[in-house]
Design a protein around this ligand. Sequence first.
Ligand code: ATP
Ligand code: DNN
Ligand code: MG
Length: 234
Amino acid sequence: MQHFWVVGTDTDVGKTVITTLLMRQLQQHDLQVTPYKPVQTGEVCDNGHCYYYDTAMYEKYSLQRLKQENLNGYSFKEAASPHFAAQLEGQQINVEHLLKQIQLLQQSYDVVICEGAGGLFVPLDTYGENTLLDVIVQSKLPVVLVTRTTLGTINHTLLTLEALHARNVEVLGIVFNGDTGSKMEQDNVKTILQHHDLPYATIPKLQDILHIVDYSISHTSLFERLVKYETSIN
Ligand SMILES: Nc1ncnc2c1ncn2[C@@H]1O[C@H](COP(=O)(O)OP(=O)(O)OP(=O)(O)O)[C@@H](O)[C@H]1O
Ligand SMILES: C[C@H](N)[C@H](N)CCCCCC(=O)O
Ligand SMILES: [Mg+2]
């Protein structure tokens, strides 16, 4: 059994793209894999067709048949923080329900990849009682951290790793996403790895996200770590 979270230093860093990529690559290893997005916000409507980017990406690119009911806990229309998007619809996010869903999925799949929403301290309720990080801690699952390669990433990445370490969350590795190959980006990656010697993968900025189907991370230290990883849960 090997289950983990894909968390980010921020919203829009590429968690969904990396979750989708890891899902495909692990599926190619003959593992039964499902992604799971506990809370997604921001419905997209295009010519009368409405969908959520995260779960739509999983379904579009999965190499295995996914069960829609297994992909998501809560979806809220407003593109906002989960606590506020839920409030606008008069709803509340039940953390116990999310944890139960994650546990049940672990019994049916070889790999459950849970995708965070925004960064670690995103609130799930208006009282500030629960953040995404609280759910991660209670799930007892390790994380893969997705971060940008661009200016500002050193600080965001080190802060996020410090928060994870403070809560004893295991970090399986880092994905540096959206690399354009500049000298500064190379130095950003090197500097972060000097502080935290972790398995990693660097993903280029793709011209079109469709190219995700051609991209392989099987040669990276991060992927090696993931296929070897055995969780203590179960
Ligand atoms: N390596 C990449 N190359 C090109 N485009 C990318 C890459 N990674 C992400 N993107 C694009 O950047 C945008 C944000 O990515 P994504 O939706 O994966 O972020 P996220 O971290 O999952 O955000 P959220 O917090 O909303 O879940 C998307 O339009 C996605 O297609
Ligand atoms: C709408 C967006 N794409 C995400 N789904 C939610 C991001 C919440 C970020 C909250 C914050 O840190 O201010
Ligand atoms: Mg996403």
